[in-house]
Design a protein around this ligand. Sequence first.
Ligand code: FES
Length: 102
Amino acid sequence: MEKKNQQTVEVNSQDHQLTHGVTLLQGLLDAGVEISHSCGGNGTCGTCRVEVLSDPNQLKPRNDIEAEMAEDRGFERSERLACQLQVACDFKIKIPSAVPTR
Ligand code: FES
């Protein structure tokens, strides 16, 4: 049963229930999803980058930390840092590092 304070985030084609308001990184880790996070969620390594498959406009805008990295590394609008993005709605993502290569 779906709880009220949870959002459904589809990760690599699999649905997960994440707590509303946590960072996407924390929510994924709590849900047992493997995702790189070398800097521990400080927004400095870029390894937690995910690709948003649903409309990026429905997500919270980038904060200053994420905006700086996005500019430095030339992120597309659909590329977000899981450690800086707050879960505030249902959406779909792909974790590039978790996609099987064959
Ligand atoms: S965990 Fe390092 S930038 Fe997100």
